[in-house]
Design a protein around this ligand. Structure first.
Ligand code: HEC
Length: 140
């Protein structure tokens, strides 16, 4: 009995010693820490975010060949809604791609306001769909 008790006391004393030592070391560590200014948070644009996506590359190429950019920007509303707004409103499903491609070809008004999108009758269904897939990719 006595021996076990003594052993326990010894253990506690040892634990106390380790703790004291650790505490002492900590204070020396803090003095050595250099103050580093936080990195500024860099916001990446949607163009940067999706630039390597094949849907992005293909759609953008076709879009550039048309007049879309005169009324639409990626992240800012001009004459028409921004692509980011359109992407936030519609999931990129086959159904939505078909519906929006048909609207690009036929033109239309009333979803985003009083200004109408003119028809793009010369566009093929396939090209319009590729453009819309690109638009719906641009989610924040
Ligand atoms: C002359 C200006 C103009 C041009 C050019 C234009 N748009 Fe639009 N677009 C608009 C406007 C305005 C709206 C909003 C229509 C509405 O409120 O229903 C719109 C809406 C859209 C929508 C969302 C439709 C909906 O029902 O939510 C898509 C997608 C779109 N445009 C894609 C395109 C593409 C792709 C092109 C190029 C082929 C293009 N637009 C060219 C003005 C334009």
């Amino acid at each position: 009995m006595k021996i076990t008790n003594l052993f326990n006391v010894g253990l506690i004393a040892l634990a106390g010693l380790t703790f004291a030592c650790g505490g002492g070391e900590k204070t020396t560590e803090t003095t050595e820490v250099a103050v580093v200014a936080p990195e500024p948070v860099k916001e990446i644009s949607l163009e940067e975010k999706y630039q390597n996506d094949p849907i992005y590359i293909k759609g953008l190429e076709k879009l550039k060949a048309s007049d879309c950019t005169s009324c639409h920007m990626v992240e800012r509303k001009i004459v028409g809604p921004s692509y980011a707004e359109v992407a936030a409103k519609y999931e990129s499903t086959e159904e939505n791609v078909n519906m929006l491609a048909a609207k690009v070809i036929a033109g239309g008004v009333g979803v985003w306001g009083e200004i109408a999108m003119p028809p793009h009758a010369a566009l093929s269904e396939e090209d319009a769909k590729d453009m819309v897939r690109y638009v719906l990719l641009l989610k924040k």
